[in-house]
Design a protein around this ligand. Structure first.
Ligand SMILES: [Zn+2]
Length: 264
């Protein structure tokens, strides 16, 4: 399941200019660096990064996963005014997205991060040996400050792997399938994926999601062991393998997915 799929659903599709017939291959144009532009929305200036992309067939607005920044991406040869006009026409949408942005939360002493269902405060413990442990509802991280973020990321990835492994093997057993391999990766584009040979991969960022949502994502990937598509039978199996409500879990990911990308 792709995070971009869900983002695409949110983009205003109707106001896009019509796609033009692609021009014949010419030498690659040298693309200018991204440029910050402002778009006015009822007197409120909104900052948007204007970029050219050789891959872009038409102009579009995208939201950067990590920074939450809105990007205006245009084909190399599109008139600047056409691209900017598109952004101006979508000012209300950009404004809405900007309001929804939460600032990044770097891992540091005092940061509050959700761990499955519960918020935890990060406590740096330079005086202590060891790695990471939970004590009195806080996440304690030993060692030097410059290693805190890395240590916490590694520990969280291990916790998530343990959780999804248990769930995946149990769900696969229910449908008589085998999970051959579990990988957790810090991926910004997918919550999970399923390879043909039975290997499942999950985004480490699921550790910040409610357990109900993690359960759904695992059920989704396990269901792909049977159906390599998103057809009605696939969804019926996913629903059977999910403890909670599939629609509610999907809605939660659509609403909160980007926020999970800005932690750490
Ligand atoms: Zn899928």
């Amino acid at each position: 399941m792709s995070l971009f799929d869900s983002l695409r659903d949110l983009l205003p599709g109707t106001a896009r200019p019509k796609r033009r017939t692609p021009v014949a291959a010419k030498p690659k144009p040298l693309l200018p660096p991204p440029e910050a532009i402002t778009v006015d929305h009822a007197g409120v200036p909104l900052v948007v990064m204007f970029e050219r992309s050789a891959k872009a067939r038409r102009v579009s607005l995208r939201v950067d996963q990590r920074s939450g920044r809105v990007r205006l991406v245009a084909p190399p040869r599109m008139a600047r005014e056409t691209a900017l006009g598109f952004a101006r026409a979508q000012a209300a949408w950009i404004h809405g997205r900007t309001l929804r942005q939460s600032p990044p939360v770097p891992f540091a002493d005092g940061a509050v991060i959700p761990l499955f269902d519960t918020p935890h405060v990060v406590r740096h413990r330079p005086d202590r040996r060891g790695t990471v442990w939970i004590e009195d509802g806080a996440l304690h991280v030993a060692g030097r400050a410059e290693h805190l973020s890395r240590r916490l990321h590694d520990w969280l990835a291990g916790e998530l792997r343990a959780r999804v492994s248990t769930l995946a093997h149990a769900k696969a057993a229910r449908i008589d399938r085998k999970v051959t391999r579990i990988t957790v990766r810090d991926t910004a584009t997918q919550w999970g994926s399923c390879a043909r040979a039975g290997g499942l991969s999950f985004s480490t960022r699921l550790i910040f999601a409610p357990t109900m949502v993690v359960d759904y994502v695992v059920a989704h990937e396990v269901a792909h062991l049977v159906h390599a598509n998103h057809g009605p039978q696939f969804w019926a199996l996913t629903t059977k393998l999910t403890d909670g409500d599939v629609a509610a879990c999907r809605a939660w990911l659509r609403r909160n997915g980007e926020r999970l990308m800005r932690l750490g």
